[in-house]
Design a protein around this ligand. Structure first.
Ligand SMILES: *Cc1c(COP(=O)(O)O)cnc(C)c1O
Length: 463
């Protein structure tokens, strides 16, 4: 499989280079040149298979034969052996014809483990084969950081620098990152917002000399391999609920548009999806964009679902290339507008195309809390605030009650205990492997929101 940049001005690359490169050298994101197809019979044949077997069938067209089939199957086995549930991502029913897909049974309790556990093994495999070492620099609104650190801690192939917005991630989230004492793990608290952190990382990628000097690599959801790993659970859940002989709808708590874009890719590969609901919190740039076509960057407002406190949604650029039928010049035009004026407008025909499959809703803090409370009352289940945003949007935006509706449950409730306890009176317990999290020592440095300062810090630490 060849991959091309959304901006059309970087060389096409194979899977291994795309994995290691992250952002394309023209500032764009890599995307497969065409979608592999899974026919209805291929999808039917997934019924009853393990998560790992479905994962191999869905992802191997993107990866093999560059990585051999046997090696890739082995990496998948290792990646998902760290999950606490045998089904890896179990479904739980919450109402008639309504489910949540529990994506939080990995080591750091958020859905990001599903992709990042695999990414760690892919990095190790490819880098040891090539005898190379990389420096990973990432930005996190909370959950990417711990999942990325967990996937490369103690590995020889990588050093990792993780930027988080100081004081804007939950204590559980911060401690999951800063209590990892591995020598190759470096946490930086930036005096700024998540969007500032993300902009700093982007700027480091666009500084080509710096990028080459430290062999910079990315684990943010701009990395294609992350999107790829997230396609799998749309297939496993749809098949469990009667697909492909029945359409399924999904509601996805959305920030950087990676998770829901994976659902769009699943539909392009042949999975019959009726509807993808983009569920946002108060930071509603995507809800606005998909309603009116107007993508205007606002200021970030802190919410009780902090992993979605984002105003610049990187993966949206991938969808733009698809909506514009691969015309990279159109994507460049929109991205230039964004750079110059902080906004762009999707043209009417392309917006209509998006609306065939996407719906979007912004959920207020009050409705988020009310949904946590309702679900606790009706099912005794505790859901985290991100999942609650998804469930609320699913219920408001559902097109057809006869179509199964699945909300992706993106975090374990114990990751955001304060909001959950305030509404339900129940304190969600951390799983046993993390029970002593609040007693562990922390290690991190605070730096200003300044590119030069952070680049010097990275240089000094590496040498
Ligand atoms: C990262 C994250 C999201 C947003 O996912 P995107 O792929 O960035 O849209 C939602 N919920 C939780 C708990 C997350 O960690």
């Amino acid at each position: 499989m060849k991959y091309v940049s959304t901006r059309g001005q970087a060389p096409a690359l194979g899977f291994e280079e795309v994995l290691l490169t992250g952002l394309a050298r023209d500032g764009g994101l890599y995307i497969p040149e065409q979608w592999p197809t899974l026919w209805p019979d291929d999808i039917r044949a997934m019924a009853g298979l393990s998560y790992q077997d479905v994962a191999f069938r869905v992802m191997s067209p993107y990866v093999c034969p560059e990585i051999s089939e046997d090696d890739f199957a082995g990496l998948i086995e290792k990646a998902y052996s760290t999950f606490r549930h045998k089904a890896v991502v179990p479904l739980a029913q919450i109402d008639s014809n309504e489910w949540i897909l529990e994506l939080f049974h990995g080591p750091t309790l958020a859905f990001k483990d599903v992709a990042l556990q695999l990414l760690g093994h892919l990095f190790d495999h490819v880098l040891s084969k090539q005898g190379r070492k990389i420096t990973i620099v990432g930005a996190t609104s909370g959950d990417t950081g711990s999942a990325a650190i967990d996937c490369v801690r103690d590995r020889d192939c990588a050093e990792i620098f993780m930027l988080h917005p100081k004081g804007r991630v939950s204590e559980v989230q911060r401690r999951q990152m800063t209590t990892v004492m591995s020598a190759n793990v470096h946490n930086i608290a930036v005096e700024g917002t998540f969007d500032d952190c993300q902009a700093l990382v982007k700027a480091m990628f666009n500084d080509l000399a710096f990028r080459d000097e430290i062999t910079l690599s990315a684990v943010n959801s701009i990395n294609w391999a992350r999107v790829m790993a997230q396609i799998v659970y749309y297939f496993t859940s749809a098949v469990a609920l009667g697909g492909p002989d029945r359409k399924i709808s999904y509601s996805v708590p959305t920030g950087n548009f990676g998770d829901i874009y994976a659902g769009y890719v699943a539909s392009q590969m042949g999975l019959p999806i009726e509807q993808l609901v983009v569920a946002t919190n108060m930071n509603d740039i995507l809800a606005r964009t998909l309603t009116s076509g107007d993508y205007t960057v606002g200021t970030v407002q802190p919410t009780i679902s902090p992993s979605m406190d984002i105003q610049v949604s990187s993966n949206f650029e991938r969808l733009l290339l698809n909506l514009y039928n691969g015309r990279a010049g159109e994507v460049r035009r929109l991205m230039d507008n964004l750079q110059q004026s902080g906004s762009f407008t999707i043209d009417e025909p392309e917006l209509e195309k998006a609306k065939h499959i996407f719906d979007a809703l912004q959920t207020s803090e009050e409705d988020t809390k009310a949904t946590i409370g309702e679900l606790f009352k009706s099912t005794e289940m505790l859901i985290d605030p991100h999942t609650a945003v998804g469930v609320h949007a699913a219920r408001e935006k559902r097109r057809d009650a006869a179509t199964p509706m699945v909300t992706l449950s993106t975090a374990h409730p114990a990751k955001f205990p304060d909001a959950v306890e305030a509404v339900t009176g129940r304190h969600p317990e951390l799983p046993p492997h993390m029970a002593d999290l609040f007693e562990r020592d922390e290690k991190y440095d605070v730096l200003p929101n300044d590119l030069g300062a952070i680049q010097s810090y990275i240089r000094d630490t590496l040498n």
